[in-house]
Design a protein around this ligand. Structure first.
Ligand code: LLP
Length: 415
């Protein structure tokens, strides 16, 4: 028996997919508040180590209303750019609740964070020296590369030998010398080994390595193990969830053991993005054409790679549901079809040669688990309008939380 996620979770609350598209246009990102809050709580309660905080990595989804909910749930946040810092401050996060995980930033960008009172993590010696010049005697963090990587695709692995991220542990002495030269206080160290692990072992291995690195520095305040917590994208095939109990226990144990040697409790942080928001989002669209080309069936939709880039960029799998008269198509009549968008690129593919119910023109398509790296990676390519975003609140009612682009928006930057 296939699992139909939106049915199982009463995802659309009091609305029907067709009503949502009629009101807010197609395609449309729909988020479910109850699922979002649940995922926040799972991360907030992940470990029993007493001095613990989960950050939310807002690159996964930075809709202002979602940020406010995440903040209400007590999470802190990490930012990758001045723009993300700006949004976080607007959402009500305090500067000391934000970590700027900087990568190859300009002096102006670093100065922006310093002026706002946001702690900066430097991921190269040259950026650490830049920090020292801008804020001698200041407080700073350093990102290390533990030499371990993990992730669902080579493009999202950020630890290990062949990535641009982090400082190698061999450079610890140079880090120390640079801190000394500029009289910098090392507040904490962080890492992020990659995105989407379903088995905690590589994460725990990297955590152990980072703790060994941390032991070289006196009197740090925090250790941030990074994000990467995976979600089951293949729910229809019965894929199991990540074992959070195992991950949480492992982390707590590592921290307790380490603390006994270090002699002081530091704050343990993690920074999940996907885990918080992926499953609270479904991307709805419309089937506009079904055709055969050289014996292959193509289902043509209005969800182009400008709206959801993940399948084109990483061959990512997202479960698909079709709705006809608002009922999920569960017909036994399946065929092999390739689902595509409306963008002028042959790689504009949502699902390649997948067994799917026989969808027809006018049916609605739902792309599951689209809340993370969906809207946040969307664009106006082909001068297409980015969709609206709607939140199904705890009472099951929809609320517009970002309007759809207009044609005027496409003209905004022209002088
Ligand atoms: N911290 C840092 C420093 C990061 O670079 C990232 C993600 C995270 C935390 C959060 O990782 P998460 O928990 O979401 O895996 N666009 C790709 C994922 C790229 C992730 C980039 N960095 C995707 O759609 O799969």
């Amino acid at each position: 028996m296939k699992v139909y996620f939106t049915e199982q979770t009463n995802f659309y609350g009091n609305s029907k997919p067709s009503e949502l598209l009629k009101e807010y246009g197609s395609p449309l990102y729909v988020y479910n508040e109850s699922i979002l809050r649940q995922r926040c709580r799972e991360m907030a309660g992940l470990v029993s180590y007493p001095n613990y905080k989960s950050n939310y990595s807002i690159k996964a989804n930075s809709n202002m209303e979602l940020l406010k909910i995440v903040r209400e749930e007590g999470l802190h946040a990490d930012a990758m750019s001045p723009g993300e810092i700006h949004l976080l401050l607007a959402a009500g996060f305090r500067p000391d609740e934000i970590l700027f995980v900087a990568n190859n930033v300009s002096a102006e960008e670093m100065q922006y964070a310093i002026d706002k009172g946001v702690l900066v993590s430097c991921d190269s010696l040259s950026q650490l020296r830049l920090y020292g010049r801008l804020d001698p005697g200041g407080r700073v963090a350093v990102r290390f590369n533990p030499g371990v990587g993990a992730g669902h695709h080579a493009k999202v692995i950020t630890g290990g030998k062949e990535t641009k991220f982090g400082i190698n542990p061999e450079s610890i002495d140079e880090v120390k010398a640079t801190l000394k030269e500029y009289r910098l206080r090392l507040a904490g160290i962080n890492q992020h080994i990659g995105s989407l692990f379903m088995d905690p072992s590589s994460y725990l291995q990297a955590a152990r390595t980072l703790l060994n690195i941390a032991a070289n520095f006196e009197d740090i305040e925090f250790i941030d193990m990074g994000g990467g917590f995976g979600i089951p994208y293949r729910k229809q095939e019965g894929q199991q969830r990540l074992d959070l109990v195992e991950a949480g226990r492992g982390l707590s144990q590592l921290m307790e053991d380490w603390t006994a040697n270090y002699g002081k409790r530091v704050r343990l942080k993690i920074e999940p993005g996907r885990y918080i928001v992926a499953e609270c989002g479904v991307l709805l669209g419309t089937v506009h054409a079904v055709k055969q080309n050289s014996g292959k069936t193509f289902i043509g939709t209005d969800i182009g790679l400008n709206v959801l880039l993940r399948p084109a960029m990483y061959d990512s799998h997202h479960d698909i549901e079709f709705y006809r008269n608002d009922a999920i198509l569960k017909s036994d009549k399946v065929h092999t079809a390739t689902v595509v968008g409306n963008i002028c690129e042959s790689g504009d593919i949502l699902a390649k040669s997948r067994e799917l119910p026989e969808a027809a023109e006018g049916d609605i398509i739902g792309i599951m688990d689209a809340g993370a790296y969906g809207y946040s990676m969307s664009s106006n390519y082909n001068n297409r309008l980015r969709p609206a975003e709607v939140l199904i609140d705890l009472d099951g009612n929809p609320r517009l939380i970002r309007r759809r682009d207009t044609l005027e928006d496409l003209m905004r930057g022209f002088l």
